[in-house]
Design a protein. Sequence first.
Length: 348
Amino acid sequence: MDDDTDFIVLDGIEKVFDVRRKVGRFRREKQQVRAVDGISFRVPRGEMVGYIGPNGAGKSTTIKMLTGILTPSGGRLRVAGIDPSRERTRLAQRIGVVFGQRTTLWWDLPLIDSYRLMHRMYRVPDARYQANLERCVELLDLGELLNVPVRQLSLGQRMRGDIAAALLHDPEVLYLDEPTIGLDVISKAKVRDFLRQLNVERGTTVLLTTHDLTDIEQLCRRVMVIDHGRLLYDGALAGLHEVGESERTLVVDLERELPPVEVVGARVVKVEGPRQWLAFPAAASAAPLVARIAAEYPLVDLSVREPDIETVIAKMYAERPEAGDSAADEVAGRTADRTGGEGSKLPH
């Protein structure tokens, strides 16, 4: 029986690719690219986790190993007690995957035909398939798209179609790689609401990679940061600010234009007429600052702005020594193409 506390388990996982690069005019030299370098983490059943990092960090390579598309070079990997690379077909019945750059839908067929094929392929009971389809169509606003060939869908429409396809068989775990790419603001909000509801109502475990950090802020309590194949941070979203020494901003409106406010624990970073911007550590409370300013200055209004998480992460990357190779995920992608890849229909 699966241990709920260790639904997804990675212990010292590595992935090394052998590549040949041109050296001189006629000779090629064999080199190793380390895409994932000793990553360990555990994800409990029902948790929604953000997995973020720059291009080439190893995110997609990790997901491909979790789905069984790629085999780890070292370490131990289990999803619901299953070794993905050894029992890929069995695992496929329990997972859903959405890759933002590729589709699991049939390109020339109407969207509904792709869903009917998956209905048979996954052997989903008719009543369960119909209920799941109706729910996804309603919540993801797919009603007018069902009879449209996939090739005629916009990127945002296809992404919503792919998310629905990944959920028709009620997977226990959902891997999302850039699920809101190409979506407008309203569509992004719909997808986020849908994923939040899915996680709460059905207890679906979600691993989310994205460059849109608003996705992480609105959906995930826990975030993991990966760079050059190594895990830099694993913890609460708020803890990122402490690690990155980030700052919040106190925007103060005074009755009139005055010299920069002087208050212990903050510094003025900008002044425009009676409005001043003060930076202070994100981990610190704003209350003492507000109290001191209100006591010493003619305060009219104020607001607190949270730090930009993207800036925090960028700072973490900047403090890392230059290493690794952004070609790692590209190599992983080519390998996946040759072995069934991201666009393959997992169960056959």
